[in-house]
Design a protein around this ligand. Structure first.
Ligand code: ATP
Ligand code: MG
Length: 411
């Protein structure tokens, strides 16, 4: 893509109303913009990053047999009355239509997925299965100060599994833990498996926590066992495996998984007929990943004082090509011809390249490149022209090196 045609611009100043690093950088770099507290619009670059994150999540959910669906955001009030959460879930957005009908805006989807999939569950032979979606969620969060880490409108992958018994649920739950590890590792994140309360059916649930100062949780991490417990359940911070005292760390919960048992299949009478002809309630698990929170978390943990620094797997482009034509007209023309041809060849090979073809100073190009955080920067200037090379620098490194154009293209 030609940078001169990009619909957004970078800004040098931090937005006044953003306190979290992820939001400051993402807004300055033009990836997202704030609509109101806890609500963001995704601009072209931000949309690419979010899509890439969600595609990785999608691939790993498909790999554990998840079947993708897409449910509604507008929910009937009756379903939420049935589970008691119309009253008990404080963060639920409720709305009344001009015809006096009442609805909930989807904060989570147990109230929709259980009656929906229950229509297809008759016999034990119909189980197990898992369905998931990647969708916008709405929650009237009391505080929304952490940028993309806590939104009132945000993106989530939510998967729901249905089983005949708890043994089968346990087996699938373990497989999903491995799938989550694969997701976070592909995203370049070190996510710590953390025990937490809140399993409505089992005593514990599990969270995946990424250590960052902006995170809203405190976990006690046991290095020995590479496991943690959430402070909300364990004030003393003892490792549940070896009993040692863990180190307190601030962290962001990027995913969590619960064994729900029959908590939601009971109110909707979601049952199947077992081998002996008896009617039995289906047993459920649910598995969330905050995809927009992930974008904020990745931004937060990879950034440095100059700006963003995306891992290759989610970066909006893999190469940022900078043309520095300089002031001498004939040399400038040669440089621009050389860079345009390099850009064409790189894109023809299937590379996602951002080409800074703008008529701005070299300083501005370098500063914007650091802010935007594309993993590899390649500069063509008068200096590189003579040796028919490009000056290449990884965003995370401080060393630039000259590489011949042929070598660069063959990599
Ligand atoms: P938290 O403890 O952070 O409030 P939660 O335990 O309520 O989240 P779930 O309802 O299980 O989370 O949602 C699944 C995932 O969605 C979470 O692990 C998190 O990554 C993400 N998530 C939850 N709430 C928000 C939010 N307000 N903004 C962005 N992401 C969120
Ligand atoms: Mg939580």
């Amino acid at each position: 893509m030609l940078q001169s045609t990009l619909a957004t611009k970078t800004s040098k100043e931090n937005p006044k109303d953003e306190h979290a690093l992820n939001a400051q950088l993402l807004v300055r770099a033009g990836y997202v913009d704030k609509v109101l507290a806890g609500v963001y619009a995704y601009l072209p670059l931000g949309t690419i990053v979010l899509r890439k994150i969600e595609q990785i999540v999608r691939e790993e959910m498909d790999r554990v047999g998840g079947q993708e669906i897409f449910m509604s955001s507008l929910h009937p009030k009756e379903n939420w009355i049935a589970t008691g959460r119309w009253e008990s879930l404080d963060a639920l957005f409720k709305l009344t239509s001009r015809y006096d009908n009442e609805y909930a805006l989807g904060a989570t989807h147990e109230e929709e997925v259980v009656p929906l999939m229950g229509k297809f569950i008759r016999s034990y032979r119909d189980l197990p299965f898992a369905v998931y979606q990647i969708q916008t969620k709405f929650r009237d969060e009391p505080r929304a100060k952490s940028g993309l880490l806590r939104g009132r409108e945000f993106r989530m992958k939510d998967m729901y599994s249905f089983h005949t018994n708890t043994t089968d649920l346990d087996t699938y739950y373990s497989r999903v833990i491995e799938a989550y590890r694969a997701v976070f590792s592909r995203l370049g994140l070190d996510a710590i498996l953390t025990e937490a309360s809140g399993g409505s059916f089992s005593k514990l649930s599990h969270e995946f926590q990424v250590v960052t100062e902006t995170g809203e949780d405190t976990i006690f991490y046991c290095k020995q066992c590479d496991k943690a417990v959430n402070k909300e359940i364990s004030d003393r911070g003892l490792c549940m495996t070896c009993g040692a005292v863990g180190a307190p760390l601030r962290a962001s919960e990027v995913g969590n998984i619960f064994k729900l048992g029959t908590k939601y299949t009971d109110p909707f009478d979601c049952s199947f007929t077992d081998e002996h002809g008896a009617s039995v309630r289906a047993v459920m698990g649910c598995y969330g990943i905050g995809t927009s929170r992930l974008m904020g978390t990745i931004a937060e943990v990879t950034a440095d004082e100059k700006g963003l620094a995306w891992p290759e797997s989610v970066a909006p482009f893999s190469v940022h090509l900078l043309a520095l034509p300089g002031k001498k007209a004939d040399i400038a023309a040669t440089i621009m011809t050389r860079v345009r041809s390099l850009y064409d060849q790189l894109t023809a090979k299937g590379n996602a390249v951002l080409f800074d073809d703008r008529d701005v100073s070299a300083g501005e190009k370098f500063a914007d490149s650091d802010l935007l955080g594309v993993p590899l920067r390649a500069v063509v200037s008068e200096k590189t022209l003579a040796s028919n090379s490009v000056e290449v620098k990884e965003r995370k490194s401080s060393d630039a090196r000259l590489v011949t154009i042929d070598q660069f293209l063959s990599r």
